[in-house]
Design a protein around this ligand. Structure first.
Ligand SMILES: Nc1ncnc2c1ncn2[C@@H]1O[C@H](COP(=O)(O)OP(=O)(O)OP(=O)(O)O)[C@@H](O)[C@H]1O
Length: 246
């Protein structure tokens, strides 16, 4: 696979859009317990009253030991896991919704228009090309190919379905799908872990651009990226709570 093209210059950071209410994401008292039914219903509290705000145009990096609950926190925000207690207010120009209690139909609408999540796993229908998967998000085929190329996916792969792609190639498709439709909040779960150094830098630059456009980012990183201007705050999950680390 060829090396990615020389990156286009980063846009100068702009102030967050004044039309977006602040904070975009306000989490209060978020609690999540898991019950092991194979062990007599023993319960383990993973999140024990998480408080966290993410402002428009801000990137909050989430760290913490393995198993500290970082992915669980993101999954609660995205609605994959239901919260046991607490609130997760997502504020957009269209209004505020509590993701902790929103009905499924509302969650689906919020995900489409306001809240994206990228994980390390690509789940896509078979026999649909990488370009079409990205284009389907409203971009059109040319812009989809441009985005994929910019992220560093070899153009020879654009017309192929990602089923046979390498881990890193699949991840680039995953990221392109998430970036294809701009949404005010992006949840990112270790999205650069399978990428080489060049592509990691390219993806981090693309995230910094989204941030400069006002997108709020809540991102799990095991290794803190050194992309200038990307990370505004580092928060650590410890004993089920979020501590401000920097
Ligand atoms: N669906 C689930 N059912 C039961 N336990 C779960 C579930 N999801 C997560 N856990 C447990 O919750 C704890 C936190 O897991 P989580 O994946 O959120 O941690 P993490 O901080 O993201 O870890 P890592 O850095 O290793 O990815 C772990 O002990 C995990 O086993």
């Amino acid at each position: 696979m060829s090396s990615p093209a020389q990156p286009s210059p980063m846009p100068s950071p702009r102030a967050p859009s004044p039309t977006l209410p602040s904070p975009t994401l306000r989490i209060r008292g978020l609690t999540k317990r898991f019950t092991n039914h194979l062990r007599g219903g023993v319960t383990r509290a993973v999140l024990r009253g998480v408080d966290l705000d993410v402002e428009p145009g801000q990137c909050v990096a989430l760290t913490g030991a393995s198993g500290s609950g970082k992915s669980s926190l993101l999954r609660c925000v995205y609605g994959t896991y239901t919260a046991d207690a607490g609130s997760i207010h997502l504020r957009t120009a269209a209004g505020t919704v509590d993701l902790a209690t929103a009905p499924d139909r509302e969650l689906i609408r919020v995900r489409r228009d306001h809240l994206g999540m990228v994980t390390q796993f690509l789940s896509v229908p078979p026999r649909v090309s990488a370009r079409d998967l990205v284009a389907e998000r409203g971009l059109g085929p040319e812009a989809a190919a441009e985005l994929l190329a910019r992220l560093g996916l070899d153009p020879a792969l654009h017309g192929l379905a990602p089923a046979t792609f390498s881990g890193g190639e699949r991840q680039l498709v995953n990221i392109a799908i998430a970036l294809a439709r701009p949404r005010p909040v992006l949840l990112l779960d270790e999205i650069t872990a399978s990428l080489d150094r060049h592509r990691r830098a390219t993806v981090l630059r693309a995230l910094a651009e989204r941030k400069a456009d006002g997108t709020a980012l809540l991102a799990i990183f095991h290794e803190m990226p050194d992309q200038p201007g990307l990370i505004d705050r580092i928060c650590r999950l410890d004993d089920g709570r979020v501590l401000e680390a920097a």
